[in-house]
Every structure is written in C-alpha cells, then in structure tokens.
Design a protein around this ligand. Structure first.
Ligand SMILES: [Ca+2]
Ligand SMILES: [Ca+2]
Ligand SMILES: [Ca+2]
Ligand SMILES: [Ca+2]
Length: 369
C-alpha cells in the first residue's frame, strides 16, 4: 500500500464530515463523530468512577478524564455498557447493578447534551426486586431500529435453560425503558454460551445478537438471533461451526471490518505463553446468515495475552470506512495501555500500536468499552 496511512504524521484531526463513511459509531460520548473509550474503575470499598478518553479521529486519544465519581456506590455493578438510550447522538452509559438475593436494577448516566463529554448523575431506569441472579450478559443495541439503543438481558436459569429479554428504549427519547420482555426462550440451549454481542449483521438497521458457544473439547460455534425490526427475533441461526477451533477464545467483539457496512465479528485468541491472535468472521450477504472466515488479521507470540482485558471496536480514524480494534491491556502491577489495530488497506488491520500507556493506572478497571 502507498499513500495515506493511518499512522501518517500529517493527520491533523480533520473535522467530522457526517455521511462520509459507513461506520456505526459505538461509543461517542461527546457527539463529535469520533469514537471514545470509557473505563469503569472500582477503587474497592464501594467507591467507583467512570473515566472517558476522547478520540480525535486520528488514532490518538486524550488522557482519561474522570466524568463520574461515586465514593459510596457499592460493589454490586455487574455489567457496564454503552448506548445512545435517548437517541440524541451522544452515547450514554448503562450500569446493571446486583444488590444480591435476586434484586437487580438498571441505571443510566445520560451524556450531556452540550457535548462536553460529561454525564448526568445516574438515574435508576428499572428496578427488579425479584429478577434473580442469573443474568449473564447485558448487550446494548438498537433491536427495533428506531435510533435509540435498547438493552438485552441474557439469562441463565441453569440446567441449560437460557432466555433473552429486552428492555426497549422509550420511543419519546426520554432515556427510560419499557419493562423487560421475553424475546427468546432456549429451554434446551445448553450452558456453553461464552459471549453475547449486539450488531447489525444483515444491515437492515436493527441490531441482531451473536452468541458464541463453546461445546467443549475445542468445538465452538457462532449463532445469531436476528432482529426483525419490530422488537422480536428469529433464530437462532448457525453462523459458523468450528469443531476443531480450540478452547482459547478470550474475547469477542463486533465491528465492521470489511467495506460492506454490515457488522462482523472479531475474536481474540489466547494460545497461552503470551501468544495472542485476532481473527475476524465477516457476515455474508444479507439473508445468508453465515459468516466467512475466520481470517487471521494479527498474530503475536510476545503479546500480553493474559493482560488483554477488553477488545473495543469503533471509528477511531477519520475517513476510514471500517472499524479499528482497540485492545485494553492491564497487567498485575496496574500498568495499563490502549493499543489500536487500525484499518489498513481494503480488509486488513495493522498490528496494534499503543496510543496510551499508563504505568501506574492501577488494577481496578472492571470494564473498558
Ligand atoms: Ca467522541
Ligand atoms: Ca444519548
Ligand atoms: Ca431502539
Ligand atoms: Ca439486523
């Protein structure tokens, strides 16, 4: 490749041009069109905080800014996710809290309308005193395609019985949600679901769900629940079946890694001994429901495989029509880094280059997204 490179020193933070690409923004807290990164930090003793790092569309990212500090929040936050729950173009944050004894609740921090990157204080949007303790995944996606992010609750009843519920964001844009509604009941699904992520794999404007399943003995598979745009799902459909994949899949994330605008899958594989690799599975043509690949896009025998805590995707480079892949690394001493594998050429990604390096960050990061 010649010409413009994502690492070109001439990158000068060009203004965002709406409509100039087909990226679906995933975590843009200040609404400038470039994806940002958030870190949810637990200091212990119930003290938590939310930091964000603003992207500039140039593979660079600001130092973390503490946007919310809650000394007495408590230790029950089980899931943290991002979505534009009021549909104003700025990404908000949702916290799923478990009080114990089956009592759970959902809070959101709404991004400030003025685009300064801050958030309003948490508001409790749903309280489930008798919900139970089986919630395993809380994906965020716009499951009905109305422009407001909804929330999914993937529930495990035990003995292989799982179910999907969604909380549909209020159509009026007030930031609230309808009560959880059952969308899928998998009575004999099994207990091997390892990852659940939302993404629009068929490009119809409504986010679907991908379920990564581990059968054991290295046999894995990917299934989709396909949103039909009216708050229901069909499937699950088999998207990929890999009898001899191995048991090292450490993370799954969703992004658009080729140029068709439909969401795809990336998998971080941990071979052990520091050896890590990224693969992509690309969604086939709409209606097909299968995924092509896996395609190896990066392989490093000296990476901090065990220290890679999160895989984050999004539009981190202006002008790119494909997503970058950011790896959040944090070792046992609290040395944290963000490293980005930028879109490179037609369908590849460059090896991760670190854009933030904080030797004394600490070990309290519970979620990075
Ligand atoms: Ca932004
Ligand atoms: Ca919002
Ligand atoms: Ca919605
Ligand atoms: Ca879809």
């Amino acid at each position: 490749m010649s010409g413009a490179s994502p690492q070109a020193t001439s990158c000068v933070y060009p203004p965002f041009a709406p409509g100039s690409g087909s990226l679906s923004v995933r975590a843009d807290f200040n609404g400038d069109g470039y994806d940002d990164v958030a870190l949810f930090y637990d200091y212990g003793g119930g003290h938590v905080a939310l930091f964000t790092m603003s992207g500039h569309g140039c593979n660079s990212i600001d130092q973390p800014v503490r946007r919310w500090d809650a000394p007495y929040w408590g230790g029950g936050t089980k899931f943290v996710t991002a979505g534009d729950f009021n549909g104003d173009g700025r990404t908000d944050v949702a916290l799923f809290y478990d009080y114990g004894a089956g009592h759970v609740a959902l809070f959101t921090l709404t991004a400030n309308a003025n685009g300064d990157g801050g958030f309003a204080a948490p508001v409790r949007r749903w309280d489930g005193p008798y919900w139970g303790g089986g919630t395993r995944f809380v994906p965020s996606g716009d499951f009905n395609g109305d422009g407001k992010s909804d929330l999914g609750l993937f529930y495990d009843y035990g003995a292989g019985h799982v179910a999907l519920f969604t909380l549909t964001a209020n159509a009026g844009g007030g930031g609230g949600f309808a009560a959880p509604t059952s969308r899928w009941d998998g009575r004999y699904w099994g207990s091997g679901t390892r990852f659940v992520n939302a993404g629009d794999f068929d490009g119809d404007g409504a986010d679907d769900l991908a379920l990564f399943y581990d059968y054991g003995n290295g046999h894995v598979g990917l299934f989709t629940l396909s949103a039909n745009g009216s708050d229901t799902f069909t499937g699950p459909f088999t998207g990929w079946n890999a009898p001899y994949w191995g048991s090292g899949t450490a993370k799954m994330a969703v992004g658009n890694f080729n140029q068709d605008g439909n969401d795809d899958i990336t998998l971080l594989y941990n071979y052990g001994g520091g050896h890590a690799a990224l693969f992509t599975l690309t969604a086939s043509a709409p209606g097909d429901r299968t995924f092509a690949g896996p395609t190896l896009i990066w392989d490093d025998t000296a990476w901090w495989a065990d220290a890679t805590k999160a895989v984050i995707t999004g539009g981190f480079f202006a002008g790119a029509v494909r997503d970058g892949i950011v790896l959040y690394r944090e070792d046992s001493t609290g040395h944290a880094r963000l490293c980005i594998a930028s879109p490179n050429g037609v369908d590849g990604n460059s090896p991760p280059g670190c854009i933030w390096d904080a030797p004394h960050w600490g070990t309290g990061t519970r979620a990075a997204f």
